[in-house]
Design a protein around this ligand. Structure first.
Ligand code: GDP
Length: 194
């Protein structure tokens, strides 16, 4: 069933969400820069290099759309967290992300990636609170679980879950580079897109 994700291809990049065409179903990925969003997208689609397009200059600050067919999308939102640029460009970033998240009736799920080693940052908390307040369907993903020593893993997972005020089991724990926890997420994503 998750085979259809292998069909994902880069479709387009857009900085003005209101210009995006309607889709039938889409899921989006959000998180701080370097959290492993590209690696995660590649792992989900089993397509090495697929999301590298998001690193192309000019596209790092854009909404990058990957499609398994013209109406079913995987949407990579620009990473946050680098205190780059003047305040107005950061405000522009928020406007772009919020504009996208609030204007897509076909948006079935938002995957918020957290770095397991770093733990939730202030901006991760802000994003989670914003998604919750907006009543959007979001899922928490703890990536880079392999970077936490197995002896410390459970404690770290508890700490992250407490920080995010959710039960440990509500976070999908994954390693994008090692593939841990990815298969069940593929199935969830396929279901959301079906
Ligand atoms: P992005 O900026 O969020 O798109 O992050 P990338 O996918 O480019 O990943 C940033 C860095 O983290 C790269 O060096 C990846 O190889 C590494 N990385 C991503 N996911 C994992 C993971 O699950 N485990 C480990 N150990 N490294 C990861």
């Amino acid at each position: 069933m998750s085979e259809i994700l292998r069909k994902a291809e880069y479709l387009l990049s857009e900085t003005e969400p209101e210009r995006l065409a309607p889709a039938r179903a889409e899921v989006a990925f959000v998180g701080r820069s370097n959290v492993g969003k590209s690696s995660f997208l590649n792992a989900i689609c089993q397509r090495r290099g697929l999301a590298n397009v998001s690193k192309t200059p000019g596209r790092t600050r854009a909404i990058n759309v990957f499609a398994i067919d013209p109406l079913r999308w995987l949407v990579d939102l620009p990473g946050y967290g680098y205190a780059v640029g003047p305040a107005e460009s950061r405000a522009g970033w928020s406007a772009m992300i919020e504009g996208y998240l609030t204007s897509r009736p076909s948006l079935r799920g938002i995957f918020l990636l957290i770095d397991c080693k770093v733990g939730p940052t202030k901006l991760d908390h802000d994003m989670r609170a914003w998604l919750q307040a907006a009543g959007l369907p979001f899922f928490l993903v703890g990536n880079k679980v392999d970077q936490v020593k197995s002896s410390q893993r459970l404690n770290q997972q508890k700490r992250i879950a407490e920080g995010l005020e959710v039960p440990v089991t509500q976070i999908r724990w994954v390693s994008a580079t090692e593939g841990t926890g990815i298969a069940p997420l593929r199935q969830e994503i396929v279901k959301l897109l079906s």
